[in-house]
Every structure is written in structure tokens, then in C-alpha cells.
Design a protein around this ligand. Sequence first.
Ligand SMILES: Nc1ncnc2c1ncn2[C@@H]1O[C@H](COP(=O)(O)OP(=O)(O)OP(=O)(O)O)[C@@H](O)[C@H]1O
Ligand SMILES: [Mg+2]
Length: 490
Amino acid sequence: MCGLHTDNPLEVQIKLIRKYLKLKIMADNVSFRGHEQERNHVYDLFKRTVSHGESHSALMIGPRGSGKTTLINSVLHQIGQEVDLSNDAIIVRLNGLIHHDDKIALKSITAQMQLENAVGDRVFGTFAENLAFLLSCLQSGADRRCKSMLFVLEEFDMFCHSGRTQTLLYNLFDITHSQQAPMCVLGITNRIDVMELLEKRVKSRFSHRHLFIFPNEYDPQRAPQYKYQDLLVQLLSMPVKPKTATKKKRSRRNTVTSEDIEMEAKIAGDSHTLPQPILSRINLDQLNQDFVTDWNNHIASLREDHKVIDCLEKLCYYTVNEQVFRNVLFELVSKLSADSPYIEVSNLSTIIDKTVAPEHRVKLLQSLSILELSLVIAMKHGMEIFDGQPMNFEMVLHRYTKFANSNSSTQTVPRPVILKAFEHLQELEIIMPVKTTDSIYNSGDTTASRVQKEFKLYTLAVPNEDISDAVKNFKALPTEINHWFNNSVV
Ligand SMILES: Nc1ncnc2c1ncn2[C@@H]1O[C@H](COP(=O)(O)OP(=O)(O)OP(=O)(O)O)[C@@H](O)[C@H]1O
Ligand SMILES: [Mg+2]
């Protein structure tokens, strides 16, 4: 046994483990856990569009890092294995942050449909004409059947922010609504109030199918840190060959190959090994099984470590974004070396502390204008007085005006400017709209969506300590504001 270790020096083993785990943590964007109902729903919509030529639209809503994109990838991967996706369908992926105006979006749609040559120098009168032309190009075959189209619109809310007409959405939803072509339009967003952003004409053509992805859904009884604890062990474990298979192969060689791992995964019923295309990026020939067993025991022992749970609890307090958690693990794995071949809990703790450090949030608050910061303070006071109840613009304005009036030195600001400042706070995600029971679940009733923006309810999305830090170190902050912050009486 000892001989094996000298054949494969520690350095080589650690390097392989590091590389494999990095791939496991970051590169696998297809394996999806949980949310079965929502996944089946998306699968169903896509499959029916591709196989039966139906038309559908839907919105998927969930916080950042809850796995929305991964869900879509895993569904497309599965359908790709069942039908010939590249021949039967066209997948168009748009992102509201990238395709921030309709012209750019249309250009990208044309490119993704591979119709740049067909369009050539043609000039179109309207957006709808252009889209109709693209669709007509796709009709082929004797029955002039159109290929099915799957539109995935990431950052969907950015397609309907103010200052942008919703022509693209209108046209896409119109096609699904009137069943002009087999098309599925799926919007993905983390804005719970997204329906309120849609124009009436767009809304009336949308199917009102909502899918919610809640990050901690599959075991609401357990605190999220226990989910992370499982995930930590799962993501940091290396694949092991079952004993019987190991012996057989070992007579020939002492090493594990990627095929062995795949076979082992099938035998063990382990769904957590990497998909083949990613596995092929790493050559595990030199990986030693005994070393892997040691490693896995070491990782399993982390599960029992109370300090690990404490660290994860701290992380969960700030965010349940799995991407952030994976970034932490990635950094942790990167620190492995022959000199420190094991996961150090102290490292985990340092990385988590660094990740949740309030610096960037405090910096963001310090970059606000005095007026914007005043609104944050007004909101903080208001929420303190009313036991954390959300507030609307009018309530914040009321508190702010009261303060401004009691201070002759504070400049009076016109109401539209204050409203603009308030909206900016929302764009920066310093304040967040709250889910009102009547807005989404009751989307048939349009009265809720007609709530004027001044009366929409918001809550503060930054911790009080951060506001306090920001105020303390704010450059050239008028003393009366500082005083106001420290005395909530006014
Ligand atoms: N249910 C899940 N199954 C597997 N992986 C997941 C799951 N949820 C999150 N992840 C992992 O967390 C990371 C973030 O997920 P993803 O990018 O899909 O989130 P998202 O909801 O699309 O976030 P955003 O709103 O920022 O786009 C990915 O690395 C993904 O592998
Ligand atoms: Mg995403």
C-alpha cells in the first residue's frame, strides 16, 4: 500500500483532487437537484412545444442563485437526449442585461436562428414585420411546418424596465397567444413584482403561468445550513470505485479512469458524478484509490464538525445564494496543496468572513447622494417604529418631509426628484418590493397591478449595522442628518 503512495506523490494526488473538485463545483451546469414539480412543468412545456407544435408562455421566478438557469439547462439537456433538438427546434436565449434594446435583441435572435444571410440588407418597417419574416424563413418542408422555437429570456424584468418599450415581449407573447407558430416563451427573473412591470397589452397575451423556485423548498423543516452541510460533503467528495470492480481492475492497473468512474456511478446509483463531457476534461489515470478513500473520510468528518456548521450558519444568515456558497468552496479547494493537503476549517471561516464582509454594501450606501441616504434613514426609522412593516413612497416621503421641515438648513427638494431618488434606491436593490398577496397569486385581478408606484410597498434590504457604518464614515454628511440618524424621534 505504501508503495502506491510513493508511486503517486502527494503533490500529484492533490493536484488531481483539486482539479476534479473545481470542475465539480463550477463546471457542472446541468445536474439539477430537487424542485421536481417545477422542473417537470418546464419539461412538459418544452416537450409539448417541440414534439406537438404547441405554443406556451411562462414565467419562472426565484431569488438569485436558486438554480433557475440550471433547471433550464438540465431540462434542455434531457430533451436533447430524447429528441433531435438541433433539427426539430431552435433555442433562442436572450438576456435582459445584454440585449437591452429591441434592435440588439432582434439582431441576436436573427443570429441564433442562423438567418443573417436571409435577412441581408432587407429593411423592415416594424419590429413585428421583421419577426414575421424570420418566422416565415423557418417554415420548410412540404407542409410548410415551422420549426419549434424555445425562447428563454433571462433577467426578464430588464426587458420591461421603464424607458424601454415592450415591443419584443408583446410580439413574442402575441405569437404564443394566437398560436401563429410553435413557440414557447419562458421568462426568468428574480423580481417577485414582475407582473406589475408588464404593459397591459403584453399582460393580456401572457398565459399567466408562474413557476416559483424557493431556495430552501425541498426541506423547509431544516435550516439552510444543514442543506449546505450535505452539499459541502457531496461537492467535496471524490468518486470511489466499489470494492468488487476495484479488485478486478486492480489486477491490471492501480489507477482509476473516467470510464471506471462512470461505471462506478451507475453501480452505486450515485447521481452526483460529473457528466461525461466534463469528465473528459480531466485524466484521472493517476488517481490513487486509497488516497481517495482517505480523502472521503476526511470530508465526511467535516460533517460532524460543529465549527463547520457555525460557519455555514453565518453564511446562510447573509445569503442563500448557492453560487456564493460554491464560490466559497472553490476558494477553499484552490488552497489545497502538498503542504496543506486537507480542508482547514479555519480557512473556511476566513473565506466566509471575507465573503459576507459588509464592505461592499457599506460602500454602496456611501456612494448615495445625501437625498438618497436621507430616504434610507427615513425608511429605517419608519420601519423601526412600525415593527418592520414595509413602507411605500408616501410614507417615506412623509417622514423625510417632517425632518426637512424641522431643519431650516435642509434644502427643499421637489417631489419628482425625491421620487426619482426613491426609484434609484430600488434599482440598486437597497430597497426591495415586497410580495403582496394580491399581486401575483391573484393575477387575474388587475386592480392590484394598478397600484400606483407611490403606494407600492418596500422593505430595506441592507442590515442596520451597514447603514450605521455608512453614516459614520460618510464624506461631508451634514451634521443634522447624522443627528437625525442617531435620534429617531424626528
Ligand atoms: N437545485 C439545484 N441543483 C443543482 N445545482 C444548483 C441548484 N440550485 C443552485 N445550483 C447551483 O448554484 C449555482 C447558481 O445557480 P443558477 O445560476 O442556476 O441560479 P439562478 O437562479 O439562475 O441565479 P440568477 O438569478 O443569478 O441567474 C449554479 O452553480 C448551480 O449549479
Ligand atoms: Mg440565472
